[in-house]
Structure formats: C-alpha cells, structure tokens
Design a binder for this molecule. Structure first.
Ligand code: FBP
Length: 552
C-alpha cells in the first residue's frame, strides 16, 4: 500500500499526556472527589440509575496502584460519525493496557455497536495498530449508528463479552452513544454481569460538553480544516471580487462549528441557529438580513463576500421547525401510504395535502429540491438528515430573488453572483491536529485508568485544555451527571443534554461585538493549513472557542 510522506512521519509522533499520566502506571492512583448529581431531573435520573447515579467524580494522583496490573480483556467500540483522533483514543487505551500488563488484550468490535451484537471483532495488536497511530478516520475497526438500547441487545452484549472474557467496554461516541453507554453500565451492574462500561466524548459537532468535558474530540481538527478552506475562499473572493460564497458547515444541531470558524476567519455573515431560534427569526427575515448586508457592501463596490450557514439551521427557524415536526409525525403515522407513492412529485403531494394550513404555506414556498430533502429517510435516531438539506443553495437563491426584486424597484444596483459549498465530510477524517492527537491519546489512556479504578458508567475526562498538555487534568465523571429527561418518540427518556451555543457565553459575545464590522468591511482572516511541526503557537493551540471560554 502506498503511504503519504506525512502519514509516515506522523507514525513517529509521540502524543503528549497530562503530567500525571506520564508517571509509571503502577504509581498512579484514583482519587475520589465529591459526590455528583445530574444537573436536572435529579430524582428521576437517580431512580432510573440507582447503581451509577450520584457516584463521585474521580481524578488521579501519585500513589501505589496495586490493582492496575490485574490481567484484563477490554472491548472497544467506535460509534456514530467519524471524528479526527478516534485512532488515537484506541492507541492511548492500548498503550495504557500494555503498560499495566503486557498480557492484557484489546478487542475492537467492527462497524460500530452492531459489531458487538454480531460478535464481529479484531484483536488489536501493536502490528495492527501501528499504521493507524496519529491518523484520521475510524477505519481501524469502522463505526456505525446502531443504537444499543434494549434489554435483549444488552443480554447479547453480556454474552459476547463473557465469551471473550471481556470485563470492560469502552464506547467512543457522542451524546446518544454515551447515553446508551450509561444505560448499558447500569444494566450490567443491576444484573451483576461484572462488565464495566466507560465512555469517551467524540463528535466534531462540539455539542457534548460541560465543565468536565471541555471539548469533544475532533472539533479542533474539523474546525481548523474548514477554517483553512474558508480562509482560502475568502482570499479568492477578495482577489476576484465577483462572488458571494454561501458555505454550509456541518454540525447536526448546534452551531459551535460555524461559530468557531467565524471566530477563525471573520466572514461577512455567520448565522447562529441558537440565536435564530431565540429571536424567532423567520426564513424571510434571514433572507432580508443577508440581502441588506449584500446591498450595504455593494454601496462600497464590494460585490463579494462570505456567508457561513450552520448545517442544522432549518430546524431552528421557527416555522420550518414546526413544519419538520409535522412531517415527522405524519411520516410516523402514515408511512405505508407515503412509501406507496410512486415518485417524488406524488410524495410531495401526499404530504402537502395532509399538512396544517400554516405548514402548507411554508412548504409550498420551498424549492422542489428542498421539499424532497425534507422528506428523505430519517437517521436511526429519528432525525432529519440535515447534512443532506441544501440550505446554502436555498438561501443563495432566495437572496438572489429578493435582490432582483429590489433591482426592479430601483433600490439596489450592485451585482450578485453566488457560489455554494458544503464543508462537512472534508473535515471529519482529517489527520488529527497535534491537539486532537494529544487529547484523544490522553482520553484513551485515561479511560484505562478509570477501568483500573474499577469504575463503571463514567466518561473519560481531560480538562484544563487551553493550557499546555503537561497541565491537563485527568479524571472521570459519572455519565449520569450530564443527563436530563427529554421527550423522545412520545415518552420522557434520560439523555445527555446537548450543549448548544450559549448566547451569553464569551465566544458568541465576541462574535456579536464584531459582526457588524465584519459584515460591512472586509476583515477576512486566512488561517492557512494545519501545521504539525514548528512553533507551539502555530501547531498546538486549540480553538478560539475554548480560549475565549477559559480566558482568565
Ligand atoms: P456524530 O454526532 O455521531 O459525531 O456525527 C455528527 C455528524 O458529523 C453531523 O455533523 C452530521 O450531521 C452527521 O454526523 C452526518 O451523518 P452521516 O455520517 O450519517 O452522514
């Protein structure tokens, strides 16, 4: 197999660990902290997780660890969408296991959570792991979106684990996967199966975060990759001065990715879904806001610019959110009739006829392609696949229509040519930045320390991340601490609360204070490509979001 020179050189990169995890593994001890509680719905969560809720947080300190050397077999699962650094979580986990006892074994279940149900696995050895160290992707064992949620599935998991002598499972995933990890941990405890479950916080979306999980892994690399591309486009726009670029950015629900990229590149416009919802902006008002900005820049002869659009935007525009909810309910109730429709036109008619008058009006003004995209299959969690809705094209065409009208009325005289882009898959498997390589390796290493501490239902937590790695703090918190009750498929379910962009948080406030200037003037910043070798301030810095959140 041909391998790029960068990949070969990256094999030799030794990820940095927090100071405490650099000690001899037999001299690192878990230290029990304060008792924890879920942030919301305490009693209900406690009742649902009697064995794993309310447990103390854990950190590590120097001290003899007599049990870490016990021989163990651990299973690992990659769950959900790819995020740069997944291979390093597995590398860190593997290295910690081997440092503790060379006879320890790591089994990687293939293709995501379904791998454990199908008993499809690979024994991870140094030879097998070596070509994946410090590389992007999840291809070492693959990933998937199967949910582990029923008792039947849990029993299969227990059976498969027992067959292989697995006493601990590490689940690397986002909010849904870690919710499932918590439920599985509680189930194993309740049934006395003797299998620990530890989670690791993954998702480029950046929406799995709180005090103990400062950032989910992959966010740093993905946003730097998108920011490089946005910066390149900005420079092209500023050179040619003839296009408005509409760029949709991945991030299923929260706008963290769009906000971070805006902080990195200072585009003319960045929409923030959470603000759109909070201020109840309609689709029409968003279009007017963009058209006004285009018109204002045209007065300065700047008929070019860059607009960033978060992927999940449509679900935050009140009237479209309502429309999507109606469509979801309709498809759930009338799936047989809907599936029997012959073609897209019939499907659109089928839905149009059954919508409320308000939603029907909203649906009817949308272009045919967007209507089709709103009717596409839901993901396994019942969500609209927002990555497939072309919001960039929708907004570009609606702004163009409004500017044409203004031109006809004589209120606008600029030119308006657009280019649309979607950056998502470009960043999910990029070579991890030094930050993600270090952070992920630390998360995996630390996950084994939690296993060694006999803990279950915990998530691996590495904090103080805006400081150099030596100053990072390693530990764990019960996953239940991040849970609340939410309505899912018609009933209240315990789930990890998605962390959306906080409108009173420092990153948004910074953006808010500067966006008027960025809109009118050309204040583009060109971040350039991710660097792996060179000065720390270029290679090891994490996100602007984290720096602003942790600014002293
Ligand atoms: P995770 O939350 O599982 O990490 O995935 C996030 C994500 O990358 C979203 O940003 C995007 O909307 C979605 O996955 C795309 O899903 P798919 O990989 O199935 O196309």
């Amino acid at each position: 197999m041909d391998i790029s020179p960068l990949q070969i050189v990256r094999y030799d990169y030794q990820p940095k660990l927090p100071a405490i995890l650099r000690e001899d593994i037999k001299t690192i001890q878990p230290v029990v902290g304060d008792e924890t509680a879920p942030a919301q719905d305490k009693d209900a969560i406690k009742a649902l997780f009697p064995h794993t809720c309310g447990l103390p947080s854990v950190s590590f300190a120097k001290g003899e660890n007599k049990t870490i050397t016990t021989k163990r077999t651990v299973g690992v699962i990659l769950s959900g969408g790819q995020a740069p650094g997944g291979h390093n979580v597995i590398s860190g986990l593997y290295d910690a296991m081997k440092a503790a006892n060379p006879h320890n074994e790591l089994l990687g279940f293939k293709g995501g959570p379904s791998g454990i149900l199908d008993d499809s696995y690979t024994l991870i050895t140094e030879e097998f792991l070596a070509p994946f160290r410090n590389t992007g992707g999840f291809d070492i064992i693959g990933s998937g979106r199967t949910k582990l949620e029923t008792s039947e599935q849990f029993e299969v998991c227990a059976k498969v684990c027992k067959k292989h002598g697995i006493t601990s499972l590490v689940i690397i995933g986002g909010d849904d996967s870690n919710t499932n990890a918590a439920v599985l941990a509680e189930y194993f405890k309740e049934k006395g199966h003797g299998i620990q479950v530890i989670g690791c916080p993954k998702t480029i979306d950046g929406d799995l975060k709180n005090e103990s999980i400062e950032i989910s892994f992959g966010f740093d690399t993905a946003t730097k990759t998108y920011s490089e591309l946005i910066g390149n486009i900005e420079r092209d726009a500023n050179s040619a001065k003839k296009y408005w670029h509409f760029i949709k950015l991945m991030g299923r629900s929260a706008s963290h990715i769009a906000l971070e990229c805006a902080l990195e590149t200072q585009p003319n416009i960045c929409l923030i879904s959470e603000e759109v919802e909070a201020t109840r902006q309609s689709l029409a008002s968003i279009v007017t806001y963009i058209a006004d900005t285009v018109a204002a820049r045209a007065e300065d002869k700047s008929n070019f610019g860059v607009v960033l659009i978060p992927e999940g935007l449509v679900e935050f525009i009140p009237e479209i959110k309502y429309l999507i909810e109606e469509i979801n309910n309709l498809l759930a109730k009338e799936i047989v009739g809907f599936s029997a429709c012959y073609d897209s036109a019939e499907r659109i008619n089928f839905v149009t006829e059954r919508l409320s008058p308000e939603s029907c009006t909203v649906f009817s003004i949308l272009p045919k392609e967007i209507k089709e995209q709103l009717l596409m299959d839901r993901d396994p969690h019942g969500n609209v696949q927002v990555s497939r809705i072309e919001t960039d094209k929708l907004l570009a065409s609606m702004v163009a229509a409004q500017l044409k009208k203004r031109k006809n009325e004589g209120t606008y005289s600029g030119s308006f040519s657009t280019m649309t882009h979607f950056f998502g898959y470009e960043g999910r498997c990029a070579f991890p930045t030094n930050f993600d390589a270090d952070y992920c390796y630390s998360l995996g290493y630390n996950a084994f320390m939690l296993i060694g501490g006999d803990l279950t239902g915990y998530i691996s937590s590495v904090t103080n991340l805006s400081q150099p790695a030596t100053e990072w703090k390693a530990g764990g918190i019960p996953i239940t601490m991040m849970m609340n009750l939410e309505q899912r498929h018609g009933s209240m379910k315990p789930v990890i609360k998605k962390a959306l962009v906080e409108l009173d948080g420092a990153p948004f406030k910074y953006f808010e204070a500067h966006r008027a200037q960025w809109a009118r003037e050309t204040c583009f910043v060109y971040p350039g490509a991710v660097q792996y070798f060179g000065p720390e301030q270029v290679c090891d810095q994490t996100t602007r979001t984290l720096a602003l959140e942790q600014a002293k």
